[in-house]
Design a protein around this ligand. Structure first.
Ligand SMILES: Nc1ncnc2c1ncn2[C@@H]1O[C@H](COP(=O)(O)OP(=O)(O)OP(=O)(O)O)[C@@H](O)[C@H]1O
Length: 645
């Protein structure tokens, strides 16, 4: 297999070089992208290439790995984990063996097989059995490195079903801490990239709660051979789209207030209030005052608004309609004038200088007096080209100014300032969704959209942020993972219907119930908090047990406790109330602990051992503090220390 992989890689390198040399520009770019994608997949697959094998009851075998390989005759040597043929490796259980007699896990170190573990699928299963306990236990107990790892070799049946679901709409994955929601979200991203054309064509966006979290998950997709995924936070995404640099962090209260969906309605009302609310439109063209009556203006407004376009494109429609009406009016006047001129000529012929009288009228309409006399002007008027007239009116600054008074051009900042009742010198992260909403109302949604959007820690998004995210997912192909019991103070939704509105109605919802991160002891320690936060939420079941939770009195002992935990081994995280972080950082310098993380930024992270400093203070520090504490308590893979006052 490795020889085939090496040969494939060498062939791709040669193909890339030939393309650079010979291909036409158009062909080159497209082919090179394909070659680069396949090369990246091979490079990522090279180490630990094959991790599994299924032996069927019919005697046939399949090897499962990070990529697909075929031999010279086109026969499959290795099946890509995403392919349908690989499904039994993940989904077969003793209850539904799917034709599998034996599942084999291979542990490979670089290019060498170092261990084999078999599972024969012929015993009687217990309810909720976890498949492949040996390799899974090894993976979940392995020391943490501070970066999440891909788990393609041990993806569990309930996770795999979500990852490879054929559903192309919105998939919601909920579950308690450590049930693998992030794992599922990232493997799903890799799956849809390979299997959904729209995702490959328009790209995949993965959103996480903060930069620390993005760093934590940053290796997973590259190690699955996917380098083209945009990884961002909602704030970074919007700041980029809006050109806002370094938005200030908003207070929880501001975030809550500005995150409310009612703000969107206010923005919409504000913009609409600038769309020719009432009144007439008067312009002076060539010295002539022309007024469009209010009902004509209202008609033009209604038609422009009925297009459903954003403010500025709809303004173009309004300008067109107004210009048409003005053109009609100028033409009507010209016609009336010509008729009158004929009458004048007949009635007054011979009595006085008709030419002179008419010339005065013509001059009022903007015709120079020396262009072929009245006959010439008459001809010019009769042939007045409506299209040319319309164009000249559309480009006329006088018309533009008159339209602007009724339907002004607006800036995003104007609109947001009007809604807030004041201008700000600097924007906070909580203002970004408002600016984005205003931009969409004024000019239509941001140009960059994605074929698939993954939202992790989705409970953290405010309704206004959701609106901004949904604008980037016009096809509504999304994977949304989160746990409402872990929600920070900015959101108050208690159901996904509430959090996602209409989108939830068409969603496929999955609930994960097996906790892969932490031990039964840690889950038990967090249970009283969960009982208060979400009494009806289905409880997760830990697959491991571990040491008892340590409770140490006296926060003065923090340095000593952390030193003990570091000595006990593994990666040690310290979590504290946001305001205590700076002092603790100083106090713990040189202890070897990973870092002190403010509780507000701890969602999604994990360590082997976690020291939670002053749980009461965390609970009291801000609204929803009990949820913060619940999140903090569920971070360790093994040891939890509660350092109380
Ligand atoms: N199938 C699996 N095989 C090996 N490890 C797994 C598997 N599923 C989950 N894990 C591990 O369990 C831990 C928790 O997973 P993950 O972070 O995805 O959970 P989560 O539900 O997103 O948690 P939280 O709600 O706390 O953010 C991670 O270390 C992950 O690698």
């Amino acid at each position: 297999m490795l020889a085939v992989l090496d040969a494939d890689a060498a062939r791709l390198t040669a193909e890339g070089a030939a393309l650079q040399r010979d291909a036409t520009a158009d062909l080159r770019e497209e082919r090179l992208a394909l070659v680069a994608r396949r090369s990246a997949a091979l490079r990522a697959a090279e180490h630990r290439l094959c991790f599994g094998r299924v032996d069927g009851v019919d005697g046939a075998s399949l090897h499962i790995g990070r990529t697909g390989l075929t031999d010279d005759d086109g026969e499959p040597l290795l099946v890509d984990w995403r392919a349908d043929a690989a499904r039994p490796f993940y989904a077969a259980t003793p209850a539904t063996p799917l034709g599998v007699r034996r599942r084999r896990h291979l542990t490979v170190d670089d290019r060498t097989v170092v261990a084999v573990s078999d599972e024969v699928l012929d015993g009687e299963p217990g309810p909720g059995d976890v498949v492949g306990d040996g390799p899974l236990l090894a993976a979940t107990t392995a020391g943490r490195t501070g970066r999440m790892r891909e788990v393609v070799a041990t993806l569990q049946a309930e996770q795999d079903a979500i990852v490879r679901s054929a559903h192309r709409g919105v998939t919601v994955v909920e579950g308690g801490p450590g049930t693998g929601k992030t794992v599922v979200a990232l493997h799903r991203a890799a799956y849809v990239l390979a299997m959904f054309d729209a995702a490959r064509a328009d790209g995949v966006l993965v959103l996480g709660p903060d930069p620390r979290f993005l760093d934590y998950i940053s290796q997973v997709l590259p190690s699955l051979g996917e380098n083209d995924v945009v990884l961002s936070t909602t704030t970074m995404l919007l700041a980029d789209a809006l050109g806002v640099t370094d938005p200030v962090r908003a207070s929880d209260d501001l975030r809550r207030r500005l995150g409310d969906a009612r703000v969107a309605r206010k923005l919409e009302r504000t913009v609409r209030a600038h769309q020719a609310p009432s009144g007439t439109l008067t312009v002076t063209i060539a010295g002539d005052r022309i007024t469009l009556p209010a009902h004509e203006v209202a008609e033009a407004r209604a038609t422009a608004q009925a297009t459903g376009l954003a403010h500025h494109p709809a303004r173009e429609v309004f300008v067109e309609l107004v210009t048409d009406a003005l053109t009609d009016e100028v033409q009507d006047r010209a016609r009336v004038f010509l008729a009158r001129m004929d009458e004048d000529m007949e009635v007054l012929a011979g009595r006085f200088d008709v030419e002179k009288a008419v010339a005065a009228d013509l001059a009022r309409l903007g015709f120079a007096a020396d262009e072929g006399g009245v006959a010439g002007h008459k001809a010019a008027l009769a042939e007045l080209d409506p299209q040319a007239l319309r164009e000249s009116l559309a480009g006329d600054p006088v018309v533009d100014a008159a339209v602007d008074a009724l339907w002004p051009r607006l800036t995003v900042e104007d609109v947001v300032a009007e809604v807030l009742g004041r201008r700000r010198r600097r924007w906070t992260d909580a203002h970004l969704p408002l600016l984005d909403e205003a931009a969409a109302l004024l000019d239509g949604p941001d140009g960059r959209t994605f074929g698939h959007v993954v939202v992790d820690e989705a409970q953290e998004l405010t309704p206004m942020q959701w609106r901004a995210v949904l604008r980037r997912s016009p096809g509504r192909s999304m994977t949304i993972v989160g746990d409402l019991a872990q929600a920070g103070p900015a959101t108050s939704a208690t159901t996904w219907d509430e959090a996602l509105g209409d989108v939830a109605r068409r969603a496929e919802v999955h609930t994960l119930t097996v906790c892969y991160r932490t031990t039964a002891q840690v889950l038990a320690a967090a249970e009283p908090l969960l009982a208060g936060i979400a009494p009806h939420q289905p409880r997760s079941r830990a697959i491991r047990t571990g040491p008892a939770v340590r409770r140490v009195a006296g926060t003065d002992a923090v340095r000593q406790v952390v030193l003990e935990e570091v000595a006990a081994g593994g990666l040690v995280g310290v979590v504290a109330a946001d305001d205590d972080v700076a002092a603790l950082d100083e106090a713990l310098a040189g202890t070897g602990a990973d870092r002190v993380v403010p509780v507000s930024a701890v969602r999604g992270l994990e360590w082997d051992a976690v020291v939670v400093v002053d749980p009461d203070r965390i609970r009291e520090a801000r609204e929803g503090g009990e949820r913060d504490l619940y999140v903090a308590l569920t971070r360790p893979t093994s040891r939890l220390v509660l350092l109380t006052r």
